[in-house]
Design a protein around this ligand. Structure first.
Ligand SMILES: [Zn+2]
Length: 191
């Protein structure tokens, strides 16, 4: 049985594009709907935001990995249409500056995992991606990347209790000191 990744994304002409793509139509429909709700809720809060990146090809993921901008080498959740980066708009330009806790609150209430806490706010995270939201837990990512799992229409990662718990363990395991040789002032983290 197909899903949005096999039926839409993998058929799209931009599948191998190295560009940064901000087209919401490459977000899986439930994810798209939730992301659009977050954008409009932020505007209601007086915070101007924009969708910065939706779908990401493996080529672009690899390039970001090589730059030290992500910890995921070949694929990320963006590749499956299940993640979106939402940034502020300052003076008409995208901005990663300032407090993104509003995005964490909106993501949580929408049923999306926020890259500021990866769904487990009680532990300290070494990898923070405060503009990133995704509709799967960190612990589900392995199955997602292997093609063994894709969320159904009504899947809510916060109901995925066992996987949230596993995510907490997994994230705490990667709280090791940063590798020597990482450039300072490297680009912002991206999942
Ligand atoms: Zn992201």
């Amino acid at each position: 049985m197909g899903n949005f990744y096999t039926d839409v994304i993998s058929q799209d002409a931009r599948f191998d594009s190295a560009a940064c793509i901000d087209d919401p139509s490459l977000l899986e429909p439930t994810t798209r709907h939730l992301v659009e709700g977050i954008v409009s809720a932020a505007q209601h809060m007086g915070i101007e935001v924009m969708i910065y990146e939706t779908y990401r090809s493996q080529q672009r993921q690899q390039a970001l990995f090589n730059n030290g901008a992500t910890k995921l080498r070949t694929v990320g959740v963006h590749h499956y249409g299940l993640a979106c980066d939402i940034v502020r708009v300052i003076g008409g330009e995208p901005s990663w500056k300032g407090d993104f806790s509003f995005l964490g609150q909106l993501a949580h209430s929408s049923g999306l995992i926020w890259g500021g806490d990866w769904g487990v706010p009680d532990i300290k995270h070494s990898f923070i991606d405060s503009v990133h939201v995704q509709r799967c837990t960190v612990a589900r990512q392995g199955d997602l990347f292997a093609g063994a799992w894709y969320p159904g229409e009504t899947y809510n990662p916060y109901d995925d209790a066992q996987h949230l718990f596993a995510a907490a363990i997994k994230v705490s395991e990667i709280q090791q000191p940063a590798k020597a040789g990482l450039k300072t002032g490297r680009p912002r983290n991206k999942q």
